[in-house]
Structures are given as structure tokens and as C-alpha cells.
Write a protein that binds this ligand. Sequence first.
Ligand code: KIV
Ligand code: ZN
Length: 526
Amino acid sequence: MSTRKIAIFDTTLRDGEQSPGCSMKLHDKLLVASNLEALKVDVIEAGFAIASPGDFESVQAIANHVKDCTVASLARCLKGDIDQAWAAVRGAARPRIHVFLATSPVHMEYKLRMTPEQVLQQATTMVAYARSLCPEVQFSLEDFTRTEEEFSWRVIESVIKAGAAVVNLPDTVGYAIPEAFGARIGRVLEHVPNAGQATLAVHCHNDLGLAVANSLAALKAGAGQAECTINGIGERAGNAALEEIVMALKVRRDFFAGLECRVDTTKIMATSRCVCSVTGSRVQANKAIVGQNAFAHESGIHQHGMLANRETYEIMTPESVGLSQSQMVLGKHSGKHALKDRLTQLGIALNDDQLQELFTRFKDLADAKKVVTDADIEALARGLEMRNDGQQKLVFDRFLAATGNTNANVSTVRLKVDGQTVEEVAMGSGPIEASFNAINKMLNLHVTVENFAVSAVTANVDAQGECELRVRHNQKVYLGRGVAQDIIEAAIRAYVHALNGLLEDEQRMTANAAALAAAGAGGGLA
Ligand code: KIV
Ligand code: ZN
């Protein structure tokens, strides 16, 4: 059987990061990129270099760090964007500039205010410009599905002539239907005379829940690159989920005869957990491949079948996606090495300070609970309040809350603020609000708390409580997570975590403003 290689292009760090509440810091992005490299995706789209100095910095850091994948930056069809993208990826072992321009009537008329001929011209000129800088250029016809078909063929032919090695045909608004989308890819191959000189890619959004089905139909019809994200995160309803595309190709090799990708599927779970942990966005329990229930068999009939022969109800093994069956239990006698090993298996990388902090909290937990599960360890890691350089401004110390349903709720909270112990007392409608009010009082802060949620990490009464919340301040949102055996403490830790992000951001903005002012003064004298 002849084989055709499918390239897996991961856009978790670009399109995925665009989903609400999924923004990541530099350290988080590097962690995700390392997991993607271990997963053996072909291309990592590291970000949109022109979008902000932070985006530029993270694309550049990933380009310099990753060795075994192509690293791409997105760029609008503008010279300035392309220059920034190139500056960010030029240090990569295999750099790529990904230029895009919309080609559908509605986008050209209302968003771009350009005629089709101007779009064709701009796309061609900018692909040629990008190609003059970077050895590999990808062009995307944004909103391809709603683009007039013959016009799309003209654009594809022209950008390939200008030097695009990959032409991406995105279903930007998730409008496609698998059979029609596959047929349309087939017609591109048939009608574009030089289509064979480039790889055709697809990038499907999930507005109708068809992103994976559309991607698979396109691959079967001749596309050579699938663009996707871990856990399917992305704009609106998300992008096609990488793990679903890859496992469909693997499990249904009989149907997708000859289509092969190089992904190491045993690294899927670790990468999925890593993305959940850095974005704070969990996957639903029944999510295919990576959901908590994806390999759970609840009904008696199913369990009976499974015991007789796993193939009765299992089309792929949990091990094939990296779900460990190991029952090795961590407890109070486990050392730092065992903890570090387990963290690696879970796709969690920590620096030395963070590992030490996690180890201390793990020991405390192991004293209180006989068995420390993977879920407990993941929750502890999610709740780490330590800044990457180990110098967070606020450190939680202790609290004492007086609560009940017959009297007012009062809480006294003690924090270290820049190393100094500060304590405040306040009232609130409940002990958590009273604790937050005490912190607001000591910092003289006015913020709004959103998406406040508390859950149990495991199902027993001795379970740890995990709190996740978002703090809004001056139009910006900061994620906070906290874990503790007491849910009030978990909430205070989450609040302190979010406030550390906010204070760090404000400190950076003040420093930038001071540097700009100093540069301005210097410029005047020169
Ligand atoms: O959905 C889309 O069309 C995109 C492009 C920038 C590729 O994300
Ligand atoms: Zn997209």
C-alpha cells in the first residue's frame, strides 16, 4: 500500500490562545511548546508576532527553543507584519511565515474594503515578499469555504507561483459539511494547474461540531496538512481537536488507507493535561480521547464484556494515548524523585523553586490524606502561586474565619506583602467574601471577581477543594487558582494568585512607562 504523509500543524498557541480566558504567559507557552515537540507535531504555530511585544517575545523564545518542529508565526498580508514575523522566527531550526488574507465576498467587501483583484494582487505580492525573507511560506485564504470557487483557484495558483509552499484553505466560520468540503478540496487539485507543487492544508472551526469530520474528509480528498489544537481550544466553538484527528487516522487506518502522521500518540494525555493546566480550561468529562470518562466503563454489561475481552467495548487502548494504568500510589513516604517522575508523566514541568513548594504541599497533604492521587498532584500544581522567578509580591500565610448561618461572617487574613507581614479583618456575606474584603482592605484594591468556581479534586469527603476564579481590573482579566483541604483557604489562595498576576502586570507597565519617559528625555538631549 502506498503511503501519503500528513503534516500536523498545531495552532494551540495562536488560534487556541485566542479563545476567551485561554491566554498564556511566556513560561506557559514554552511548556506547551516542549510538550508539542515531544508529541512530534510537524509545525508549531507559536503566535502572531505583530500582535504585541509579549507575543513577539514568546514566538521568538519558542523559535529559539524548539529543534524538532517547524515554528511559524502568523502575519497579516502586510509588509510590517511579515517583517515582525520573520524577526521572531528567523532563529528557528525550521522557520515558517504564515500569511493570511480573506477571500470571501463578505470579508473582502465589509472587512477589507478591497476588490477581488486587489486581494489577488496583495496576496501574491506579499507571499513573494515573505518568500524573499523566509525559506518556507504558507498562505491562508481566510474564509475559504465561503469564497467564490473559481476566484479561490486563481488565488491558489497565483500564491503558489509567488513561492507559497503550503496553501491553507480554512473553514474560518465552521460552515462546511464534510462531504462537500472533501469534494471542494478534490476540485482544487483538479482545477489548479500547479496545485501539485504545494501542500494543501485545512484549518477547520467547530461552530457546527464538524471541525474534525471536515478535516478528515479533506485529508482523504488529498489535503496534506491538518491544522488543529490540543483539546480543540480556539476561537468561538474552537478548532479541530488534534487528538481526535490523529487517533481517527490511527484507529481507522483501514479507512484512511495510506495516510500517516508522525505524532507519538502516547504523549497525547500529557500534552492535553499541560494545556488544561496552563489555560485553566478543563475538558468536558465525555470529550473524545482526553475526557475523564473516555476510557471509563460504567454499566454492568460493558464491564462484563471488558473483562471477557477488552475489544468488546474498546477501539483503542488507554495506553495508546498515554493514559497510564499504573496504580503506583504516592503517600507520605514518597520522596521528591518519585514526585518529580510523576509530574513528568503528567506533563507538568516545574522549576526548582516550584518543585520545592509543591513537595512541601504534597507532604502536608499526604499527612492529611492516606493516598495522594494524580488528580491531587495536578490540582496542587495548578494551584501553585509562585511566580516563575520565585519572588511573588503576595504570599498567603493564614486566615481565621468565624462563620455560620446565624451570625455575621468575619475573616482575618494574614499575608506577606513584599516580605512584610500584614493582617486585616473584614466582614462579608460569607466567609470567602469576608476574606477577599480583608485582602482588598490591606491592598486598597477595587477589583471584580468573575467565574468563581469551587470543586472537589477527588470524590471522597477528605478531598481537597480547588478554587478557580478570574479577577477583572482595568479591562484586563487575571486567572487565579488555589488548592487546599479547606475551601475557604483554596479561595483565598486563588484570589492571591490572581492578584499576584495583576500586580506583576502593573509593575511591568510602570517600568515600561518609566523606560519610555527616560528614553524620551534622552532623545531630547541627543
Ligand atoms: O480561522 C482562520 O481562518 C484562521 C486563519 C488565520 C488561518 O485562523
Ligand atoms: Zn482559525
